[in-house]
Design a protein around this ligand. Structure first.
Ligand SMILES: *Cc1c(COP(=O)(O)O)cnc(C)c1O
Length: 392
């Protein structure tokens, strides 16, 4: 039996490289303590280089980046926006900020991400009703890319712009291309739990330079190019601080290393637990996952919430998979298209999936402890048939 670790094992705590403080010190020495400054420019430049993107705009959060993309595309009240259902609420909240209405699209089982079949049915129906969406928000969940080729084909045939929510997938690729740079817009998050962090922050990229310029303009209160404060439309205060951009620059230096560490953690979990009835989110052909969080489906006839509460007793944080947005009270009444009629992938994943500690600062010993407890949890979890049949 492994030795009980002293600290609580978290899902994905921040992992500093040690160089962040040099960048912060530089910001202080030069007194750039503002949402403008050289770290911001450099961070945008370095992200663009890393992503091979035409440019990037550093903002205060990933949510802000989605909001800016929707605003640049002119999404407004009365419009609809298609969005992955299996995701964090932040993917869809900006649709509400614009007064528009989300339509949720199910996942497909191979990638766990947006089902091209469901998307196609939703587009055909919307076309028939003369209500094509203003945009499609595709999420790359837990570090794995959605099936972008099929999704782009469908969206392009209806000329609908695509926003990639790559908040969880910085460092991941699809057929060799970084996630977030395939569609018209890509957004990233540097929240405290993400693969790299600035404590809080985000980044927006776009294919078109004019989209990026517009986003930057909107993120700074939409100030007209006049010699005084003149404003012709609504804007936002969404720029990233120069201090935090410094943290981001230091974090970006270790991104590749973090991806390797995350992938290694995943591999170890899979090797140890697959024979114990757990099944893992596999990389499908063409996908390169950054493994932001290792996710697994619990063994047959065990309930994920039981596993979560069992590990909690040992100070190990595990979490259920995101509850699909079409099941959220906030979005009651919104349209939803399942993968195959009457066959919900996202609901099935919600009822069977958990996220396992994936911090890159997890020690080998701690990971073994987590594995041991995940095995034990199955034994302790004596078939909660009542819970399984009451799922909803
Ligand atoms: C974290 C996250 C966001 C939001 O990012 P913030 O920087 O926290 O605003 C959006 N979408 C997904 C899928 C996320 O996981």
């Amino acid at each position: 039996m492994a030795v009980l670790p002293k600290r609580k094992i978290l899902l994905s705590p921040p992992h500093m490289s040690g160089k962040e403080e040099n960048y912060i010190a530089e910001a202080f020495q030069t007194n750039w303590i503002a949402p403008v400054g050289p770290h911001i420019d450099a961070f945008e430049e370095e992200m663009s280089l890393y992503l091979k993107a035409p440019g990037a705009v550093a903002v205060s959060s990933g949510t802000a980046a989605i909001h800016l993309a929707l605003d640049v595309l002119g999404v407004k009240a009365g419009d609809t926006v298609f969005c992955s259902s299996l995701t964090f609420v932040a993917s869809a909240n900006p649709i509400l900020y614009q007064g528009a209405e989300p339509v949720f699209i199910d996942s497909e089982p191979e990638s766990w991400n947006m089902s091209p079949q469901a998307l196609k049915r939703a587009m055909e129906q919307a076309d028939k009703n003369n209500r094509l969406p203003k945009a499609v928000i595709v999420v790359h969940l837990y570090g794995q890319s959605a099936k972008m080729e099929e999704i782009m084909q469908i969206c392009q045939s209806y000329e609908i712009p695509v926003i990639e929510d790559a908040a969880e997938s910085l460092g991941a690729g699809y057929k060799g291309i970084p996630t977030g740079t395939i569609g018209d817009f890509g957004i990233y998050s540097f929240n405290g739990n993400k693969i790299i962090t600035t404590s809080g922050g985000g980044m927006l990229t776009a294919k078109k330079k004019k989209h990026l310029e517009k986003a930057k303009f909107l993120a700074q209160q939409a100030k007209d190019p006049a010699a005084y404060y003149q404003h012709s439309r609504k804007g936002y205060n969404y720029r990233m601080s120069n201090v935090l951009a410094g943290i981001g620059r230091a974090q970006l230096l270790v991104l590749e290393e973090r991806v390797e560490q995350k992938r290694f953690l995943f591999k170890r979990y899979k090797e140890a637990l697959e024979g114990r009835g757990y099944s893992f989110m596999n990389e499908y052909e063409g996908s390169y996952s950054c493994r932001w969080l290792t996710t697994a489906q619990v063994p047959y006839k065990t309930a994920p919430s039981e596993i979560v509460s069992y590990l909690e007793k040992f100070d190990i944080e595990t979490r259920r998979i995101w509850k699909p947005l079409h099941m959220q009270p906030l979005f009651a009444g919104c349209s939803y298209y399942s993968h195959i009629p009457h066959n919900n992938t996202s609901e099935m994943l919600f009822h069977t999936g958990i996220c396992i500690p994936s911090g890159t600062n997890l020690t080998g010993e701690e990971q073994l402890f987590v594995i041991e407890k995940l095995e034990e949890a199955v034994k302790a979890n004596n078939v909660r048939v009542s819970e399984i049949s009451n799922l909803k």
